[in-house]
Design a protein around this ligand. Structure first.
Ligand code: HEM
Length: 115
């Protein structure tokens, strides 16, 4: 099961990279540019890999802080919700891209600093 956990952490970190890539892409596209679909794909990857890591914890001998994971889940749902709401619009309000970026950075911070 060690390999499964490593694989899921690998996928989780690739998903994080995708979301960080989205921050840069959105920055280059300009503040009122449409919200890229990649936000949704990155969020879906994080949701799936994160939940699997959590559910498989007893089998992988992992011991996670459930409060932290719950907050990360809520933050991710907000990211996904914003992406779904704005990605089909021709332009997004100025606050959407910086908010998405802030929420991604928040989740990375929670993951790393809250033990
Ligand atoms: C934007 C969304 C997210 C980002 C950027 C993110 C980022 C990260 C990062 C960077 C780590 C590695 C931390 C370390 O090893 O010190 C991590 C670990 C983890 N994340 Fe997330 N995460 C996100 C969402 C979620 C969600 C929604 C869940 C589940 C509810 C979740 C569950 C986990 C778990 C269980 C680990 C520990 C993996 C292990 O070392 O065994 N994550 N996350």
């Amino acid at each position: 099961m060690g390999f499964v956990r490593d694989l899921l952490v690998f996928i989780h970190l690739i998903g994080m990279g995708l979301l960080v890539g989205m921050i840069l892409l959105q920055l280059m596209a300009g503040r009122e540019a449409p919200i890229n679909k990649g936000w949704l794909h990155g969020s879906a990857l994080q949701l799936l890999s994160g939940i699997l890591l959590m559910v498989l914890a007893p089998a992988t001998d992992a011991d996670y802080n459930h409060m932290k994971l719950g907050i990360k889940l809520v933050v991710l749902v907000v990211i996904g919700g914003l992406a779904i709401s704005f990605m089909r619009k021709e332009s997004a309000p100025k606050w959407v891209a910086p908010t998405l970026a802030g929420l991604v950075v928040l989740n990375v911070g929670l993951a790393v600093f809250w033990n």
